[in-house]
Design a protein around this ligand. Structure first.
Ligand code: UDP
Length: 250
């Protein structure tokens, strides 16, 4: 490693195998999920994941806008991922850029694989994801938030959709990359899992890794998703007070 212009590349992995924030390779950043964070939406969730702060709001099933997108045999799932201008170090130009359009598309498609859209023909299920603070992995945080928001809205689904980005940093496969690891690492691989079936419904990759590393990364990502899945279910349990504490809270 060396210098890129005046910018020093940080040491991403210590000789002891610890990462820039002291995490082990298979460790997630702290994750908290609040289901039902908004009153106006049909369903909502707020996710704080490391330094990411992401809000998701779900509306519907409701009338389709624009009308020509309406489908006679199923609901259309429309997703809008947006990054606030103040969410990143260098102010982001407001509005939908190519990156936001791409992320909105892949998240919407991931949900198309799990939502029982045929139950609501000629309607729209609208998912809004607002990134208030970004530190890598925001599409995954958005998926997690939107998934809990969909469940909060009572939309029938095969399963929740946990998601996480795995990558390669300092030559090693690591779970849940933060900003420096995303920027200076060798690869970034966001994924979303249907826990029941083990099927991946989102898988993207930037950078390079060998076939063996890819297999290791997928394995680590699936394990990470299963950990996140438990937290998503817990957030919904807390919202609806299911389980031993039912009726105990106000
Ligand atoms: N980012 C930024 N400005 C932008 C887009 C992204 O600073 O216009 C940062 C932000 O912290 C984001 C990270 O780069 O989380 C990684 O972006 P990427 O496109 O890989 O998506 P993400 O990892 O957030 O899903």
């Amino acid at each position: 490693m060396g210098n890129v212009g005046a910018k020093e590349i940080p040491v991403l992995l210590s000789p002891e195998g610890l990462r820039i924030d002291g995490r082990r390779l298979d460790e997630l950043r702290p994750l908290t999920i609040q289901a039902g964070a908004l009153h106006q939406a049909d369903g909502s969730a707020f996710v704080e994941w490391g330094a990411n702060k992401v809000l998701a709001a779900v509306y519907g099933p409701r009338e389709v806008h624009p009308r020509h997108l309406q489908q006679n045999h199923k609901a259309v799932i429309q997703c809008r991922y947006n990054m606030a201008a103040f969410s990143v170090d260098e102010r982001k130009r407001p509005g939908l850029d190519r990156r936001s359009q791409e992320i909105s598309k892949v998240i919407g498609e991931a949900f198309e694989s799990v939502v029982f859209a045929e139950e609501y023909p000629r309607t729209s299920i609208d998912i809004y994801i607002e990134v208030l603070q970004a530190n890598a992995g925001t599409r995954c945080a958005g998926l997690v938030a939107a998934s809990v928001a969909l469940a909060d809205a009572g939309i029938p689904m095969v399963d929740l959709l946990p998601a996480v980005a795995v990558g390669k940093v300092g030559g090693a496969i690591a779970l849940d990359l933060k900003k420096e690891e995303d920027n200076f690492g060798e690869a970034d691989l966001p994924m979303a899992l249907v826990p029941q079936s083990g099927r991946l419904v989102l898988l993207q990759m930037e950078g390079h890794m060998t076939e063996a590393e890819l297999a290791q990364a997928l394995d680590l990502g699936v394990k990470g998703c299963r950990e996140i899945y438990e937290k998503m279910k817990q957030a919904l349990r807390e919202r609806y007070a299911i389980g031993p504490m039912a009726g105990a809270s106000s």
